[in-house]
Design a protein around this ligand. Structure first.
Ligand SMILES: *[C@@H]1O[C@H](CO)[C@@H](O)[C@H](O)[C@H]1NC(C)=O
Length: 165
C-alpha cells in the first residue's frame, strides 16, 4: 500500500514536471530553427583532426545506455531548477560518438565480464566469462584452457607502451 502511494506520488510529480509551461522564447518557431542552424553550422565549421592519437583514455559507464544518460541529463537540469531536457552534458559536446550493442554470445542481457571482454579484447563471449572466447563454457572451468584471448593491455605492452604507476 505504502509503495503504491509512493509510486502514485512519483507519477504525479513527473506529470507536474511534464506539464511545466514553455518559456516565451520556446513558443516562437524561430527559436528552434535558429538553434538548429547554430548546431549544424558548428558541426560544419569543425576541423577534421587527422593526427594519430598518442594516447587513449577509456572510460566506461557500466550499464549506461541512452535511457540512463537521458535520465541523468534531466536530473542534472532539474537540480539546477530547469525542466531538465534542455541541459547540455559535456558528453553531448564530444565531436565524435558511437553506439555499441552489448550482448553475450549465449545470452541477450550481458554481464560486465562478457562486455569487458568485448570492449578490451574485441571478442564477444559467453555470459559470466572473461578473457576467453565463446568456445569456453560458462561454469565449465576446463574449457578455459586454450580459449584465452589477448587484450588491449597486451597489445599496448607488445607495442612498447608502459603502464602508469
Ligand atoms: C533551486 O530552487 C530551490 C527552491 O527555490 C533553491 O533552494 C535552490 O537553491 C535552487 N537551486 C539552484 C541551483 O538554483
Amino acid at each position: 500500500m505504502e509503495l503504491t502511494r509512493v509510486v502514485i506520488s512519483a507519477l504525479f510529480l513527473l506529470v507536474a514536471f511534464g506539464l511545466s509551461s514553455a518559456k516565451v522564447e520556446e513558443e516562437n518557431p524561430e527559436f528552434w530553427r535558429s538553434q538548429a542552424r547554430k548546431t549544424l553550422q558548428s558541426v560544419l565549421d569543425r576541423k577534421l583532426n587527422t593526427n594519430v592519437a598518442k594516447n587513449i583514455l577509456f572510460f566506461l559507464g557500466d550499464g549506461m545506455g541512452i535511457t540512463t544518460y537521458t535520465a541523468s541529463r534531466i536530473l542534472k537540469g532539474q537540480l539546477e531548477n530547469q525542466t531538465g531536457e534542455e541541459t547540455v552534458m559535456t558528453m553531448d559536446t564530444f565531436p565524435n560518438v558511437g553506439l555499441a550493442k552489448t550482448y553475450s554470445v549465449d545470452f541477450q542481457i550481458p554481464d560486465s565480464a562478457a562486455t569487458a571482454t568485448a570492449y578490451l579484447c574485441g571478442v564477444k563471449t559467453n555470459l559470466n566469462t572473461i578473457g576467453v572466447s565463446a568456445a569456453a563454457r560458462n561454469g565449465v572451468c576446463k574449457t578455459q584452457k586454450g580459449n584465452e584471448v589477448t587484450s588491449i593491455l597486451k597489445w599496448a605492452k607488445d607495442a612498447g607502451k608502459t603502464s602508469a604507476q
